[in-house]
Design a protein around this ligand. Sequence first.
Ligand code: AMP
Ligand code: ZN
Length: 698
Amino acid sequence: MDIQRSLFDDFENNDNVVEPKPVKKVQLTGDEARIVELRESLNRHNHNYYVLNQPTISDQEFDRMMRELQDLEQRHPELADPLSPTQRVGSDLSHGFEQVRHERPMMSLSNSYSIEEVQDFLRRAKDGLGSEPVEIVGEMKYDGTSISLTYENGRLVRAVTRGDGVRGDDVTANAITIRSIPLQLPQGLDYPAKFEVRGEILMPWASFERLNKERAFNEEPLFANPRNAAAGTLKLLNSAEVARRGLDAYFYFLLGENLPYRTHTQAMEALRSWGFKTAHTQVLESIDAVSSFIEFWDKERKTLPVATDGLVFKLNDMRQWQRLGATAKSPRWAIAYKFAPERECTKLKFVSYEVGRTGVITPVANLEPVLLSGTIVKRASLHNEDIIRQLDIHDGDMLYVEKGGEIIPKIVGVELKQREPGAKPLEFVTHCPVCGTPLQRVEGEAAWVCPNKWGCPPQITGRIEHFVARHAMNIDGIGEEVAVQLHESGLVNNIADLYDLTIDKLLKLDRFQRRSAERIMRGIEQSKQVPFERVVYALSIQFVGETTAKVLARNTHNIDRLMEMPAKELASFPEIGPKIAQSIVEFFSIDSNRDIVERLRWAGVQMALSEQELADRTTKLEGKKIVISGVFAKHSREEYKAMIEHNGGKNVSSISKATSFILAGENMGPSKLEKAQKLGIEIINEDQFLDMLENASE
Ligand code: AMP
Ligand code: ZN
């Protein structure tokens, strides 16, 4: 593809104004009319809340309408719409990503680091335009991952990542869960029949902190910054998890054929009026205005809810974009200005060591307090021994701490000039700082762990806290303090002991109130109804997070099969690799863990999928690998995926010799069709598929 023929080809004919589309007035009746009405009004309230930050109804009222819509849609599967506001919650079923070619390549921007470089850029632009005057606009450079959205007739049809600039991944299923992305534009506005918007998918600071806190608790690797977190989240296979993580999106380009806008500011104004969250775009009259803009935002950006790593300056006149064109990598009519990350040098007082729930030891640098990006930094994680070696940290060193796009302060280096003569390289602890057991190095990894899993207090209380957590057994009233108290008193040494608690035993604890004791006992009683998949998660098997636990529960059906399953079989389930499989086998090879399971079972905790969950399952598609392609009329794609999995089949994303058949709707992708024909793989339509499920024997 000719990269030079870039996005500005399309602004040629800009006197072709798009007429507002007349609102279709079709007479709808009853439920259908109500569905349309609810969808429109939920979309509007969604925009008020997530784009304008000005909700006009209460959360309860919003939820009530959402529930009503869900009910109606359930009763009328024929009226399903993949862009209905009810679809924003995503799905637990994994979907692969199809590679899509961008209609116009997605380029990056050249960088500048000083006002002089911005001036050079402007001079070059003016020269290129034969000294024609230029108007410059400034906006934030959002630090996330770029996205291209295509709309046809006001409906979102595709969301594609930048990829290599020429091809990207189709992440529509995930983009739909981002509440500030309009799915269906309001009727009657003057948007073109087809257009593309580009912008940035971001993880707001608040979501980022919540996510990392959760990951720290689960001892999963933390995201270094919101950019990595946003990019990682957008590529998750589980859109329900994407929905939960709270991404946001800001837009800064509008593209299409024959658009009626002459300037970038007008285009942004149009986007805003159609419901998009846009970059704040400001016209800058002089180079002094550019300077003040930089100065202002270098401070002010810290108050924004999302991460930024600089500014972008663009020429405002889009005809000039077209005349200037682009180099192989970036346009000549725009430039990024990068802020310098904040960095300070401070003294290392000492290193402390924290013991997590799975025994992993994390070294933490305790620093002479220093002010960085508006917060005082006293501690910074050193992650593991390898990082300490790489940085070559010695006792009492002066360390450079940086906080760029990252909220987590990072040690980036040592000031060697200030090293004390005779200072020794930092020595990693050899014994658990809490229980004194000699540490072991995890094979193939940088981590040291305390192997005293069943006797090391922070590991025991960590597992109790995990067991009672909201996403696990949801037992209220046991926080860190109570967990430690229960353990130290000898009442609870493992999660099964929780089920031997009584009000009287709890009341014997120091300063324990009857009300708290009753609350805990109620939580314990209710936890016996918590579904099996969450029980699997609650057990604290290393590497088994919420998603993995679901996969395990759905594929094994009960704890007995899970306990006996060899690693090889476990690793054949989706999203379960050999490392996780090994960890599961190891967990159940320990007698005390099997005892705990038996005691939990005896206490009444769910150790199998419920009758209902099982009843929905058959083996009609056992062993079948099925590719879904195209658009369907009777059920949504997600519903078909669910049907395949409930009937024992496996939904796979790409066609190979091993594919059993393709379930195809309208508009199956031409490359898929070709491949299927070449490999001679059967293609069936939705009616045939539904028949197959109806009539096949188990
Ligand atoms: P870089 O990846 O550092 O080359 O910077 C280019 C990227 O900046 C683009 O691909 C966009 O994803 C991103 N970006 C963030 N904010 C803006 C903006 N206001 N205008 C254009 N690009 C932006
Ligand atoms: Zn220990």
